[in-house]
Write a protein that binds this ligand. Sequence first.
Ligand SMILES: Nc1ncnc2c1ncn2[C@@H]1O[C@H](COP(=O)(O)OP(=O)(O)OP(=O)(O)O)[C@@H](O)[C@H]1O
Ligand SMILES: [Mg+2]
Length: 310
Amino acid sequence: MTPAIEVEGLVKRFGAHRALDGVSFAVPAGRILGLLGPNGAGKTTAVRVLSTLLRPDAGRARIFGHDVVEEPHEVRRCIALTGQFASVDVEISGRENLYLIARLLGVPARRARAQADGMLERFRLGEVGGKLVREYSGGMRRRLDLAASLMGHPRLICLDEPTTGLDPHSRNELWAMVRARALAGSTVLLTTQYMEEAEALADSVVVVDRGRVIAAGTAAELRARVGGRTLQIRLVDPQDLAAVAGSLALEGLLGRIDQEAGVVRLPLGEPDELTRAVRAIAASAVDVLAMDTQVASLDEAFIELTRSAE
Ligand SMILES: Nc1ncnc2c1ncn2[C@@H]1O[C@H](COP(=O)(O)OP(=O)(O)OP(=O)(O)O)[C@@H](O)[C@H]1O
Ligand SMILES: [Mg+2]
C-alpha cells in the first residue's frame, strides 16, 4: 500500500540556515505520527513543505504517492492543515467561518449549516458561535481553527502544535477527536513539543532537532532508549553537591547538579551504575539526607534525546 507520507532527504534553507537538513520518514495510511522537537527544530517548516506551502531545496516528499512539488493540486486535495497560528477570518462569526468552509468543500447549504453547528458543539463553541471571531479568547480561536481544519473528511490531517494554548478539557477533547479521525481512516501528522502528547496520541514518533531526525520509534521505545531511571541525591549541606558530582565523575558517572532543587541527578543506564554511584557517594564522605531512584518523565527523556544529539 502507498504510504500516506514519504519524505526522503528533505532540505529547506533559509539563507545560510538549514531549517531542514536531510529529513526522512514515512507514515503508513491511517496512522498517527508525532513530529516532536524543541523550538526551531524545523517542525513547522516540514509541515509547510508537506502541505505545498514551501518548496524544498532538495530531497522529495510524497503524499499518497503525489509529489509535493510536481503535483501540488493532488496533494492539496488530500490534506487539511491547521497552522500553528490561527487562520480563520476574524471579521465574521465562528459559525460563518465553518459554514463557508463546508460550502467550499461542496457541501449543500442545509447540510453545511448542520455540520458547522455540530463542529461548534464538539469544540464547545456553541454559545459563542454567533459572535465575531475578533471577540474570541485565544483558546476559543484556537478551537475554531481546529474545527475548521477538521471539516470534511481529509485523508491526511496536519496539525501543527494543535494543543498549544488549549485548556486541559479542550485538549482531551481534541485528542479524542484525533483518535476518532484516525480510526475512521485518516492519517494524522501532529507536531508537538510534548513527549506526553506524542505518547498519548501517536503510533510512532519522529524526534527532530535543528533540522535533523535524531530519533524515531514508538514513544515507549524512545523512553526506553534514554534509560528511564534517575538517581536523585539530596545532601545535608547543599554546599557539598559539587563534591558528590565530582566523585561520581571519577567513577565515570555524569550527574547533573540542580542548585535550585538542592540535588544531584544521575540518569542510570548500565545495570551496575547504581552500585557504582552508591560506592562513589560513600567515598566522597559527605552527609546524605536522601537518595531515591525515579522513573524519568517523558519530558526528561525528550531533553535527554535532544541533549545527546548535540
Ligand atoms: N520564513 C523563514 N525565514 C527565515 N527563517 C525561517 C523561516 N521560517 C523558519 N525559519 C527558521 O527555520 C528554523 C526552523 O523553524 P520552524 O518554524 O520550522 O521550527 P519549529 O520546529 O516549528 O519551532 P516551534 O516549536 O518554535 O514552532 C528556525 O531556525 C527558524 O528561525
Ligand atoms: Mg512551529
